[in-house]
Design a protein around this ligand. Sequence first.
Ligand code: NAD
Ligand code: UDP
Length: 333
Amino acid sequence: MKILVTGGLGFIGSHTVVELLNSNYDVIIADNLYNSKEEVLEKLEKIAGKKIKLYKYDLKDKSKVDKIFETEKDIEAVIHFAGYKAVGESVKKPLMYYSNNLISTTNLLEVMQKYNVRKFIFSSSATVYGDNGEIKYVETMGRGETTSPYGTTKAMIEKILEDLYFSDNSWNITLLRYFNPVGAHESGLIGEEPNGIPNNLMPYVMKVASGKLETLSIFGNDYPTIDGTGVRDYIHVVDLAKGHVKALQNAPDGLNTYNLGSGKGVSVLELITTFEKVNNIKLNYKIVDRRPGDLPEYFADATKALKELNWKTEKTIEDICRDSWNYEKNLEK
Ligand code: NAD
Ligand code: UDP
């Protein structure tokens, strides 16, 4: 079965390519290298032990998308990771986010329709639940008010996909709402490599651990949580990648939405303490003011994915901390 993976050289896409190849799928990648490097392809080929075809195309160009389907002929499903993902940047450059994320997606869907490919898996996010007061997010809650243009692109694309499905039930569409993807492949060859100063917790921890940045700022310790710091549901990227394979194999026909998370909340301090213990490293940190827009606590209700996809996370926070650091150390070499 041939799968087109868009954004397949990025953080989550690359790990998913590995898991797809491990499960004997035939994989082709489309990525314009906006937020990834071509050398990731060689690393993927090294891990998988086979050649992988890359289309270095921008999905905003519909003629290029068409060319992929014309050339490949027998694509059976698309896993769509390609998109911009930086929350803060999306507030400053909303048009760039709406244009890239929405146009890439509608181009893909139109071309899939033309070539009669009707199986689509979309990278959505827990951010679509918005700030609605609930702590455990369950799929039946519906979408809330999004808090950034990035989040709005995810909610809008979910809506587009729902409208598409209701217009034509022959589509099989799976919306996967990720919680906080972290970690790296245990080979140490692929992982997350953000440009510039990281905004997310785990990449920032890596830069402090490796001495590239001096001090980690903990954004608030007066939240109504276990220790006052923010609580999130961190999911190892390899578990997340496996969730895509399970979705491909087990999602029922039709339009289906799943949370992909561990179901467990972990605080900033708990993550830091685990990182220090597992890797025997001391992290410099200080408590600063809350970051505007941050929610105190949320995590997934992950029971639907277990029941319908037969998927759950297998890796622990210890695995996450060890694998992240292993990747970072490899970067230094
Ligand atoms: P990433 O930036 O590492 O990967 C995205 C890839 O898409 C990059 O390789 C980039 O070059 C490519 N791309 C972007 N625009 C493109 C275009 N127009 N044409 C072709 N390629 C394009 O991001 P990631 O962390 O791997 O995230 C993958 C998907 O999952 C994204 O849609 C993201 O919004 C979503 N998601 C990510 C997180 C997270 O925390 N990482 C959480 C929830 C959802
Ligand atoms: N966080 C922090 N310091 C940082 C980055 C993040 O204390 O330098 C906290 C943040 O307030 C939140 C958690 O870590 O409680 C996860 O933040 P991240 O940006 O990684 O993910 P998101 O906000 O999207 O859940």
